[in-house]
Structures are given as C-alpha cells and as structure tokens.
Design a protein around this ligand. Structure first.
Ligand SMILES: [Zn+2]
Ligand SMILES: [Zn+2]
Ligand SMILES: [Zn+2]
Length: 151
C-alpha cells in the first residue's frame, strides 16, 4: 500500500474482502480467495476477467474464465469488488474503494488511472446552466494518452 499513482495522489486502504465475505454468510472458497489475492496484488490495478482467471489458474488449473466470472459477480453483488466498463469491450475489476473514482484510460497502452470528484469541480453547475440537465451520480471515464505514450 505504499505506492501511489501520480495522477491520483494517494493510496487506498483495502476492504477486508475475505473477512467481509464470511461475515455476510458467503463461503470463502479457495477460488474466491485467489481472485481476491489477484485483485489486491498491486495497488490501483484494473484487471480483466482473463487476467484474473490466468492468476487463479496458476493455483487451480481446472478453473475456467466463466467460473471466475461468476465468482466475480458474487463479489460485485456483495460490494467488495467494483466492475467498470472502460471502453467498448473492456470490463475491469478492482477492489471497491470507500470513495468514488473516475477513470482515465490510455488509448495507447490501455493503462488506467484514477481521478477524484474534485477534478470536475463545478461541472455539475455548469452543465445545469448550459442545458438544464442534472448530472447523474455516476462514474466518468475519460480517454487520453498516459505519460509514457504521449512522448
Ligand atoms: Zn482515491
Ligand atoms: Zn499508455
Ligand atoms: Zn478504478
């Protein structure tokens, strides 16, 4: 938990995934444990189902991606894991945070960074003024080029 991404500026405390799962009466299977380990291996990682499945398969070779997908679904429903659509066919998973994040996705290499609500400051007010729409309380995904790719 010592690393912070430069665009984001702080580290996150992780939810106590496995403990919470048990507290909610959900079984902590070896597979769920391995999924959680994959999701929390690096700070601020955004992993696809295939990436997670590959890590689980290192320990449990018989597990396939669709099984991992169903397990992730349980973790998402329990509020422990966040699922984000970041671009047309890209779905990423990460441990849930205690505050909302928006995502910046690199068009070059697919890297993902977090930004916070304060980035948008008075956007809500300005949109309201311009067209009378009230912005929904949702996450926003922005696309661009990461520091490495813009060089
Ligand atoms: Zn944050
Ligand atoms: Zn990039
Ligand atoms: Zn994220």
């Amino acid at each position: 938990m010592s690393e912070t991404s430069p665009a984001h500026g702080h580290a996150h405390a992780l939810p106590a995934g496995p403990a919470l799962l048990r507290a909610r009466g959900r079984r902590l299977t070896r597979q769920r444990e391995l999924i959680w380990a994959a999701l929390t291996a690096e700070p601020d990682a955004h992993l696809s189902v295939d990436q997670i499945a590959a890590r689980v398969q290192e320990e449990l070779p018989s597990v396939n991606a669709s099984t991992v997908y169903r397990s992730l679904d349980v973790l998402v429903r329990e509020g422990l894991v966040l699922r984000s659509e970041l671009g047309s066919d890209r779905t990423f998973y990460e441990p849930a945070h205690d505050h909302r994040h928006h995502h910046v996705v690199c068009r070059g290499c697919g890297a993902v960074a977090h930004v916070h609500d304060d980035l948008f400051e008075d956007l809500q007010t300005r949109v309201d003024k311009v067209c009378g729409y009230a912005l929904a309380d949702e996450e926003v995904t922005l696309f661009g080029f990461c520091p490495a790719c813009r060089e």
